[in-house]
Design a binder for this molecule. Structure first.
Ligand code: NAD
Length: 304
C-alpha cells in the first residue's frame, strides 16, 4: 500500500512559515504583503477560487484586494485595472483570474502585468526565467508539486519522470521544473499514441489532464511515486458502483465527489507514494501563490 502525501499538512506548514515571515517583514520593514485579484465575469469555479485566495490571504496576514468586472467588460477596462495594480505600492503581487470572456485577449492581458508582480508566473518573462533557471515567479500548481516531493524527501535527480498533460499552467512548467531538478523527463499529451509505453517506466508519474481513470494500475511501475493534479467532479448519475460506495458520504450529502486522473484505489496498491484527490496537490496551489506573493513583497523591500 502506498504512503499518502498529506497536502493538508504540507500546505498548512507552508502557510505557518509564511505567517512568521509576514510578522518579520512588518516588524523590520513595515510592509504587509498585498495580493490583488482581477475577476472578470461570473464563472462559478473562478468565484470559488477567488474566495479561496482571499481566505488564504486572511490566514497568513496579507492584505487582499479583489476587483470584480462584469462579463461584458472591455479589454481596455481590464488593462486599465492592471495598470492600477502595477503602480499600487500596497499590492506586491496580483493576478487576472482565468478564463477570461471571449472579447478579451488573454495574451495581451498577461503581458500587461508587471513581471515583478506576476505571482501566477504566466508572463513570458517569468516563463523565460523558469526556462533559463533564473530567479522569477513559477506557476503555483507545478511549484506545489515539486515542493511536495521535496518536503517528502523524494529524490528527483536521476529519476525517470513522466508528465501527462502539457498545459501552460501545469504540465509544461512542471516538466521544466523536473528537468531543472535533473530528472529525465517525458511529456505526454492528447496526441501521445501509446500513453502506457511512456508511463510504465516512470519512477515519478504526474498527471494533470482532467480525465477520470486515465491512469490505470497496469500503466504504473511497481513502487512509483504518483502525483495526481487532475480534478474531476463526478455527479451521482455519472459514478460507477465502486465510486458510489467509496464516496458514499459525498454523494449522500453533496450529490457529487471530486476525483483525480488516477484510478486511486487500484494504483495505491502498486505505487510507493501517492497523492489523494482531494487533499493532495489542490491544496498546494494557494499555499504556493501566497509564497509567491511573499517573495514579491520581499523583493519590493529588497529583503531577499
Ligand atoms: P488543460 O485542459 O489546459 O490541459 C490538459 C492537458 O491534458 C493537455 O496538455 C492535453 O494535451 C492533455 N490530455 C488530454 N487528454 C489526454 C489524454 N487522453 N492523454 C494524455 N494527455 C491528455 O488543463 P490544465 O489546466 O492543465 O488542468 C489539468 C487538470 O489539472 C484539470 O483536471 C484541472 O482541474 C487540474 N488543475 C488542478 C490545479 C490544482 O490542483 N490546484 C490547478 C490547475 C489545474
Amino acid at each position: 500500500m502506498a504512503k499518502l502525501i498529506n497536502g493538508n499538512k504540507i500546505s498548512g506548514d507552508i502557510k505557518n512559515e509564511i505567517k512568521e515571515e509576514v510578522k518579520e517583514l512588518e516588524r523590520v520593514k513595515g510592509i504587509k504583503p498585498g495580493l490583488g485579484v482581477i475577476l472578470v465575469g461570473e464563472d462559478p469555479a473562478s468565484k470559488v477560487y477567488v474566495a479561496n485566495k482571499q481566505k488564504g490571504c486572511d490566514e497568513v496576514g496579507f492584505l487582499s484586494d479583489t476587483v470584480k468586472l462584469p462579463e461584458t467588460a472591455t479589454e481596455a477596462e481590464v488593462l486599465k485595472q492592471i495598470e492600477i495594480y502595477n503602480s499600487r505600492k500596497d499590492i506586491h503581487g496580483f493576478l487576472v483570474q482565468l478564463p477570461l470572456p471571449r472579447q478579451i485577449d488573454k495574451t495581451k492581458v498577461l503581458e500587461a502585468i508587471s513581471p515583478l508582480k506576476d505571482v501566477d508566473g504566466f508572463h513570458p518573462i517569468n516563463i523565460g526565467k523558469l526556462f533559463a533557471q533564473q530567479d522569477g515567479f513559477v506557476p503555483a500548481t507545478p511549484a506545489g508539486i515539486i515542493e511536495m516531493m521535496k518536503r517528502e524527501k523524494i529524490t528527483i535527480k536521476g529519476k525517470n519522470a513522466t508528465m501527462v498533460g502539457h498545459s501552460e499552467i501545469v504540465g509544461k512548467p512542471c516538466a521544466l521544473l523536473l528537468l531543472n531538478e535533473w530528472a529525465t523527463v517525458t511529456v505526454c499529451h492528447i496526441e501521445t499514441r501509446d500513453l502506457k509505453m511512456h508511463t510504465i517506466n516512470a519512477d515519478i508519474l504526474i498527471s494533470a489532464v482532467g480525465k477520470p481513470y486515465l491512469i490505470k494500475e497496469d500503466m504504473v511501475k511497481d513502487g512509483a511515486v504518483v502525483i495526481d493534479a487532475g480534478i474531476n467532479r463526478i455527479t451521482v448519475d455519472k459514478a460507477n458502483p465502486e465510486l458510489l460506495s467509496w464516496r458514499k458520504s459525498d454523494f449522500d450529502t453533496k450529490g457529487a465527489t471530486l476525483i483525480g486522473d488516477v484510478d486511486f484505489q487500484k494504483v495505491e496498491q502498486k505505487a510507493s507514494v501517492i497523492t489523494p484527490v482531494p487533499g493532495g496537490v489542490g491544496l498546494m496551489t494557494i499555499a504556493m501563490l501566497l509564497k509567491n506573493t511573499l517573495k514579491a513583497a520581499k523583493d519590493f523591500a529588497q529583503l531577499k
